[in-house]
Write a protein that binds this ligand. Structure first.
Ligand SMILES: Nc1ncnc2c1ncn2[C@@H]1O[C@H](COP(=O)(O)OP(=O)(O)OP(=O)(O)O)[C@@H](O)[C@H]1O
Ligand SMILES: O=P(O)(O)OC[C@H]1O[C@H](OP(=O)(O)OP(=O)(O)O)[C@H](O)[C@@H]1O
Ligand SMILES: [Mg+2]
Length: 284
């Protein structure tokens, strides 16, 4: 099985980082190389442009892909299925127009011109409103086009809003909201190896924002400690070897945001030797 991942740009690093954390360590993947192996002999990686990845998966050059939902939509691929929202690369595709201009609503673009790197998504968006503006495809610096009479408005990516503001453009309407997704071709999505990759990536997401708490508790205080440990099922309680049977070990997965309070609470309830560690992966 082959996974297509972004070869450069803002999605490259976080994607590689996620694969590593999921245990799919890359090997033989020198810089600028097209392919890399992973520690799993059945999983290899193909590096491609973020925009090309959906097509590569649909065509069979790869079986799975990791790229932005905006790119999957723009590629108009039909036989791929989304497996997982990886929740990074969050951005919005918006219709935007000059702040001081005459475009205030989608309808104002009837007969107008829209510049974008996403012509398919853009046409679809307007078609749903019964509109068919002139769509000009550009390959970058889309924000400049309304100021040089190439367009009346743009459909482009925004996240912090800085670029729009710098170019004196205001959002008219959201076209879609995006984040990075794992997807696979329909005909292979049920393959065990693909499910294995999905589970591995999901386990990293699961572990994010969670901490593992370990502590020793006198047996007669166990109920008090149990009462103040929040979240994720009951804690695991274990006998301590040579503990004389008076103390037990209590382990629990706790939301990161609750750790501070929980430590205070369990200590008060009688726990000692409290340890907090990060969790790499969590499969529920
Ligand atoms: N400002 C942003 N904030 C969050 N996500 C973004 C942003 N810009 C782009 N993305 C996401 O990253 C994907 C890839 O963006 P893009 O194709 O522009 O590559 P890049 O990382 O900017 O590299 P380059 O443009 O140099 O090729 C987009 O399709 C989108 O899903
Ligand atoms: O709302 P903001 O936080 O300003 O982000 C939006 C900008 O980010 C992306 O460009 P990128 O930085 O990837 O540069 P690029 O045009 O070279 O792709 C996108 O094309 C916008 O221009
Ligand atoms: Mg970019």
């Amino acid at each position: 099985m082959r996974i297509a991942v972004p070869n450069k740009g803002r999605l490259h690093e976080p994607t590689i980082d996620l694969l590593e954390r999921a245990g799919l360590h890359l090997e033989n993947g020198a810089d600028r190389q097209l392919y890399a192996d992973t520690v799993d002999p059945d999983v290899s990686v193909l590096f491609a442009r973020a925009a090309d990845i959906p097509e590569y998966v649909a065509d069979g050059a790869a079986d799975m892909g990791i790229t932005g939902y905006d790119q999957v939509r723009e590629a108009q691929v039909t036989d791929v299925a989304e497996l997982l929202d990886l929740e990074f690369g969050r951005c919005r595709l918006v219709l935007a127009a000059p702040e001081d201009g005459s475009i205030a609503s989608v309808d104002d673009l009837a007969g107008g011109t829209v510049a974008t790197e996403f012509p398919n998504v853009t046409r679809e968006f307007f078609a749903e409103r019964g509109l068919e503006p002139n769509v000009v495809e550009v390959s970058g610096a889309t924000e400049l086009t309304p100021h040089v009479e190439i367009s009346d408005a743009i459909v482009d990516i925004t996240s912090t809003g800085t670029t729009l503001k710098m170019n004196r453009l205001g959002v008219v309407e959201e076209v879609l909201s995006s984040s990075v997704r794992l997807f696979a071709r329909e005909d292979v999505r049920e393959e065990p190896k693909i499910q294995e990759v999905r589970t591995a990536l999901a386990s990293v997401k699961q572990a994010e924002g969670k901490r593992y708490l370990m502590m020793n508790v006198p047996e007669d205080r166990l109920d008090d400690v149990r009462d103040v440990i929040p979240g994720l099922g009951g804690p695991t309680v274990m006998d301590i070897a040579n503990g004389g049977g008076e103390k037990v070990a209590v382990h629990a997965v706790v939301d990161e945001r609750a750790v501070f309070e929980t430590i205070t609470d369990v200590k008060q309830a009688g726990a000692s030797d409290i340890l907090v560690t990060e969790i790499e992966r969590l499969v529920e």
